[in-house]
Design a protein around this ligand. Structure first.
Ligand SMILES: NC(=O)c1ccc[n+]([C@@H]2O[C@H](COP(=O)([O-])OP(=O)(O)OC[C@H]3O[C@@H](n4cnc5c(N)ncnc54)[C@H](OP(=O)(O)O)[C@@H]3O)[C@@H](O)[C@H]2O)c1
Length: 341
């Protein structure tokens, strides 16, 4: 993707959030204010619910243009409002959105709650933009579903609407976010956990109550259960822990229906046997199943996260970014590139 295409994505993300065109906002902002905003050092407060702030996310933020990144570790929902107000009141209003908040950790629902708390804590005209991407899950899930949607369309001519999608590793942050995004695209999503359905209940409740989607939880720890689930699916998303083999060639080969399988795990062995790192629509040996690999996903994930960080810096108004915005960007990135079938 060329640099000017990336700038367009950044502007579009900002416009999508603030309900207007970037051009319109630039014209309406006073030149003095615009200059002050440009000169203000971009600072990112990194709220992590873990004992550390992910080095991956720190690097991404700095490479996208944040000059100062401050980790606040072991942060909780209760801390969010106070930290936001501490951050906004210390900077002149003219600095606009040069103060950012990134929400990391390993809990997708908590991150969404913290994002909502950050928005509620704002006191206009003081501004701040925020972006939730716990464990990189929102951008990773967005990239995986966008690539799968593209490969599935190329393979079958169909969209995700009505497609049966089975998600393995569904209790993880990536599995959860992938389930919600796919279901919001109209897919019938089954969430599979190797430890049983009880662990999935909070996700199913949140799916219905907060995101307006129905998710079906199933236990799939045993080989037979996994094989059965695969045989019912048009698409399999594997979002299990790094270095864990979840599905074998035999389990995939038994399915007459399966069209696409994606695996986010880049640490050997692969989560799905036969999936290779850079697959983007390659047919698995001796099957009609198209494969999407972890580094093809990682490439789109990286560009999506970078575009979202840059949109925080380029916007003149507050933006609040979650997996919805990540998916919109990932789709655009994916549609701009050819598949390697
Ligand atoms: N490609 C990329 O760009 C990219 C970016 C970020 C992350 N990732 C990868 O995405 C994957 C998911 O990340 P995450 O943070 O959500 O992972 P995670 O929390 O480490 O694990 C995800 C899920 O894997 C399942 N699992 C764990 N141990 C297992 C075992 N022994 N057998 C079968 N299933 C097991 C569990 O789900 P159930 O209990 O529901 O089975 C767990 O909740 C990881 O492989 C990570 O490396 C890739």
């Amino acid at each position: 993707m060329r640099m000017d295409d990336q700038s367009n994505l950044v502007s579009e993300t900002a416009a999508m959030q603030t309900g207007g065109s970037e051009e319109g906002r630039q014209q309406s902002a006073s030149p003095r204010r615009a200059r002050k905003q440009r000169l203000a050092t971009p600072i990112l407060h990194f709220l992590s619910t873990q004992a550390f702030a992910s080095p991956f996310d720190v690097n991404m933020a700095v490479d996208a243009g944040f000059k100062v990144v401050i980790p606040h570790t072991n942060a909780s929902l209760e801390h969010t409002s106070g930290l936001v107000q501490d951050a906004i009141f210390s900077r002149p209003v003219e600095y606009g959105c040069r103060t950012g908040l990134f929400i990391g950790g390993k809990d997708a629902l908590l991150a969404v709650d913290m994002l909502a708390a950050a928005q509620a804590a704002l006191v206009p005209p003081f501004q701040l933009s925020a972006f939730a991407d716990p464990g990189g899950s929102f951008t990773t899930a967005a990239a995986m579903v966008a690539l799968v949607e593209d490969v599935y369309r190329a393979r079958t001519g169909r969209t995700l609407k009505g497609a049966h999608v089975a998600v393995f590793g569904a209790t993880g942050v990536v599995g959860f976010a992938s389930s919600i995004i796919a279901a919001q695209c109209g897919a019938k999503v089954t969430m599979a956990s190797h430890i049983g359905v009880k662990a999935l209940k909070p996700s199913v409740r949140a799916g219905r109550g907060r995101f307006g989607v129905d998710l079906e939880p199933v236990a799939a720890g045993r080989a037979g259960d996994k094989g059965h689930l695969v045989s019912q699916a048009d698409i399999v998303l594997c979002a299990a822990a790094a270095g864990v083999r979840v599905l074998t060639r035999e389990q995939l080969a038994k399915s007459r229906r399966l069209a696409v399988v994606a695996d986010v795990n880049a640490v050997p062995p692969s989560g799905v046997e036969g999936v290779e790192l850079f697959d983007r629509g390659r047919l698995l040996d001796g099957s009609g199943v198209a494969s999407v690999g972890p580094l093809a996903i990682g490439d789109v994930k990286y560009k999506t996260q970078a575009a979202l960080f840059r949109s925080m810096l380029s916007s003149r108004d507050t933006v609040m970014l979650d997996f919805t915005h990540a998916f919109a960007i990932a789709r655009k990135l994916v549609r701009g590139r050819p598949a390697n079938t």
